[in-house]
Design a protein around this ligand. Sequence first.
Ligand SMILES: C[S@@+](CC[C@H](N)C(=O)[O-])C[C@H]1O[C@@H](n2cnc3c(N)ncnc32)[C@H](O)[C@@H]1O
Length: 126
Amino acid sequence: MHNYPKINYIGNKDKIASWICEHIPEDVYTVLDAFSGGASVSYEAKKRGYKVFSNDIMLVNYNIAKALIENTKDILDSEDLDLIFSGIPQKGFMYFNYANKLYFSQECMELDLYAENLWVSSQYLL
Ligand SMILES: C[S@@+](CC[C@H](N)C(=O)[O-])C[C@H]1O[C@@H](n2cnc3c(N)ncnc32)[C@H](O)[C@@H]1O
């Protein structure tokens, strides 16, 4: 397994995930991460061979768990990354809702470009 990808998530337990898992009793084989957030605890548990169930009310966290915990075979390669990060930043949902509120305008436009690229590339998979 790869290293846990650093996710800038407030309240993440990345630094103590290993310590948490060390305290799981020996006769336990399944872990329920009921509020999985950025999935750092789930990831550490998966790495240690536990059967892991991750759960989170937020869609973004659900998708993180789906990609990092449920998924065991699909890994993005450099071609995928080139595709996701290619193009010219554009105005979209992030720009119109969050520019100069939570993020700078340029950051929003970059996120809008990546979202668009992901959307377009996902259409090829259907
Ligand atoms: C502090 S974060 C968890 C951080 C996580 N352990 C990590 O390492 O990234 C708490 C999480 O609980 C989720 N949450 C809050 N209420 C919830 C609920 N009722 N059902 C499921 N998830 C919930 C939030 O969306 C948030 O991601």
